[in-house]
Write a protein of this length. Structure first.
Length: 145
Protein backbone atom coordinates (compact mmCIF):
# COMPACT_ATOMS: atom_id res chain seq x y z
CA UNK A 1 0.00 0.00 0.00
CA UNK A 2 2.72 2.46 0.98
CA UNK A 3 4.68 1.56 -2.15
CA UNK A 4 1.64 2.26 -4.34
CA UNK A 5 1.05 5.61 -2.61
CA UNK A 6 4.69 6.56 -3.18
CA UNK A 7 4.32 5.86 -6.90
CA UNK A 8 0.97 7.63 -7.21
CA UNK A 9 2.22 10.76 -5.49
CA UNK A 10 5.71 10.65 -7.00
CA UNK A 11 7.29 10.74 -3.57
CA UNK A 12 10.69 9.30 -2.75
CA UNK A 13 10.14 8.08 0.81
CA UNK A 14 12.41 5.29 1.93
CA UNK A 15 11.97 3.49 5.21
CA UNK A 16 14.84 2.06 7.20
CA UNK A 17 14.25 -0.13 10.23
CA UNK A 18 17.54 0.06 12.09
CA UNK A 19 18.47 -2.57 14.64
CA UNK A 20 20.86 -1.79 17.51
CA UNK A 21 23.84 0.13 16.22
CA UNK A 22 26.72 1.09 18.46
CA UNK A 23 29.45 3.69 18.38
CA UNK A 24 31.82 5.47 20.72
CA UNK A 25 29.28 8.32 20.85
CA UNK A 26 26.85 6.27 22.93
CA UNK A 27 26.14 7.55 26.42
CA UNK A 28 27.84 5.68 29.28
CA UNK A 29 24.46 4.30 30.37
CA UNK A 30 24.12 2.19 27.19
CA UNK A 31 25.04 -1.46 27.71
CA UNK A 32 27.74 -1.46 25.04
CA UNK A 33 29.48 1.55 26.62
CA UNK A 34 29.02 0.16 30.11
CA UNK A 35 30.88 -2.99 29.07
CA UNK A 36 33.64 -1.17 27.18
CA UNK A 37 34.19 1.36 29.96
CA UNK A 38 34.08 -1.44 32.53
CA UNK A 39 36.81 -3.34 30.70
CA UNK A 40 38.97 -0.21 30.50
CA UNK A 41 38.47 0.46 34.18
CA UNK A 42 39.32 -3.15 35.06
CA UNK A 43 42.55 -2.77 33.12
CA UNK A 44 43.50 0.16 35.38
CA UNK A 45 42.02 -1.32 38.56
CA UNK A 46 42.35 -5.14 38.77
CA UNK A 47 39.86 -5.22 41.67
CA UNK A 48 37.10 -3.50 39.71
CA UNK A 49 33.86 -5.46 39.27
CA UNK A 50 31.41 -4.68 36.45
CA UNK A 51 27.83 -5.52 37.37
CA UNK A 52 25.60 -6.64 34.50
CA UNK A 53 22.15 -8.18 34.21
CA UNK A 54 21.32 -11.23 32.08
CA UNK A 55 24.49 -12.41 30.37
CA UNK A 56 22.48 -14.70 28.09
CA UNK A 57 20.37 -11.89 26.59
CA UNK A 58 20.88 -11.91 22.81
CA UNK A 59 21.14 -8.78 20.70
CA UNK A 60 21.57 -8.09 16.98
CA UNK A 61 24.37 -5.52 17.37
CA UNK A 62 25.80 -3.48 14.51
CA UNK A 63 28.25 -0.63 14.02
CA UNK A 64 26.71 2.83 13.57
CA UNK A 65 28.98 3.96 10.67
CA UNK A 66 27.97 0.79 8.77
CA UNK A 67 24.32 1.74 9.30
CA UNK A 68 24.96 5.26 8.04
CA UNK A 69 26.47 3.71 4.91
CA UNK A 70 23.32 1.59 4.53
CA UNK A 71 21.09 4.66 4.82
CA UNK A 72 23.17 6.50 2.23
CA UNK A 73 22.91 3.56 -0.17
CA UNK A 74 19.13 3.41 0.33
CA UNK A 75 18.86 7.09 -0.56
CA UNK A 76 20.89 6.57 -3.76
CA UNK A 77 18.43 4.02 -5.16
CA UNK A 78 16.35 5.05 -8.16
CA UNK A 79 13.19 3.91 -6.38
CA UNK A 80 12.34 4.15 -2.68
CA UNK A 81 11.65 1.06 -0.62
CA UNK A 82 11.43 -0.37 2.85
CA UNK A 83 14.60 -1.87 4.29
CA UNK A 84 15.86 -3.56 7.44
CA UNK A 85 19.35 -2.51 8.51
CA UNK A 86 20.80 -5.18 10.78
CA UNK A 87 23.86 -7.36 11.19
CA UNK A 88 21.76 -10.52 11.25
CA UNK A 89 24.14 -11.84 13.91
CA UNK A 90 22.90 -12.62 17.41
CA UNK A 91 25.41 -12.14 20.18
CA UNK A 92 24.92 -12.50 23.91
CA UNK A 93 25.89 -9.94 26.51
CA UNK A 94 28.38 -12.56 27.72
CA UNK A 95 30.03 -12.73 24.27
CA UNK A 96 30.23 -8.93 24.11
CA UNK A 97 31.83 -8.74 27.57
CA UNK A 98 34.18 -11.60 26.77
CA UNK A 99 35.38 -9.86 23.58
CA UNK A 100 35.77 -6.44 25.23
CA UNK A 101 37.83 -7.78 28.12
CA UNK A 102 39.86 -10.11 25.87
CA UNK A 103 40.80 -7.14 23.64
CA UNK A 104 42.61 -5.77 26.71
CA UNK A 105 44.14 -9.10 27.67
CA UNK A 106 41.72 -9.61 30.56
CA UNK A 107 39.57 -12.55 31.61
CA UNK A 108 36.04 -11.17 31.82
CA UNK A 109 35.08 -13.75 34.47
CA UNK A 110 37.42 -12.08 36.97
CA UNK A 111 35.71 -8.72 36.57
CA UNK A 112 32.04 -9.31 35.75
CA UNK A 113 29.26 -10.20 38.15
CA UNK A 114 25.53 -10.35 37.61
CA UNK A 115 22.63 -8.78 39.42
CA UNK A 116 19.20 -10.12 38.46
CA UNK A 117 17.55 -6.93 39.73
CA UNK A 118 19.05 -5.05 36.76
CA UNK A 119 16.58 -6.82 34.50
CA UNK A 120 13.69 -4.39 34.33
CA UNK A 121 11.99 -5.62 31.20
CA UNK A 122 11.38 -8.88 29.45
CA UNK A 123 12.22 -8.87 25.79
CA UNK A 124 12.50 -11.49 23.11
CA UNK A 125 15.63 -11.56 20.99
CA UNK A 126 15.08 -10.15 17.52
CA UNK A 127 17.37 -10.93 14.62
CA UNK A 128 17.21 -8.54 11.69
CA UNK A 129 17.05 -9.78 8.13
CA UNK A 130 18.84 -7.29 5.89
CA UNK A 131 18.65 -9.59 2.86
CA UNK A 132 16.68 -7.13 0.74
CA UNK A 133 19.11 -4.31 1.58
CA UNK A 134 22.12 -6.47 0.77
CA UNK A 135 20.64 -7.68 -2.52
CA UNK A 136 19.47 -4.24 -3.63
CA UNK A 137 22.47 -2.13 -2.61
CA UNK A 138 25.37 -4.54 -2.09
CA UNK A 139 25.62 -3.35 1.51
CA UNK A 140 27.22 -5.56 4.15
CA UNK A 141 28.52 -4.76 7.62
CA UNK A 142 32.25 -4.08 7.73
CA UNK A 143 32.60 -4.43 11.50
CA UNK A 144 31.43 -7.29 13.67
CA UNK A 145 31.89 -7.88 17.36
Amino acid sequence: MLSATRKQKGIFAATGILFNHESSLRKPSFLSQKIVRGALRAQRDPGYRLVLGNLEASVDWGYAPDYVDAMFRILQLPEAGDFVVASGEMLTVREFAEAAFAALGLDWRRHVETDASLLNKVSHPLRGDSGKLRATTGWAPTVSL
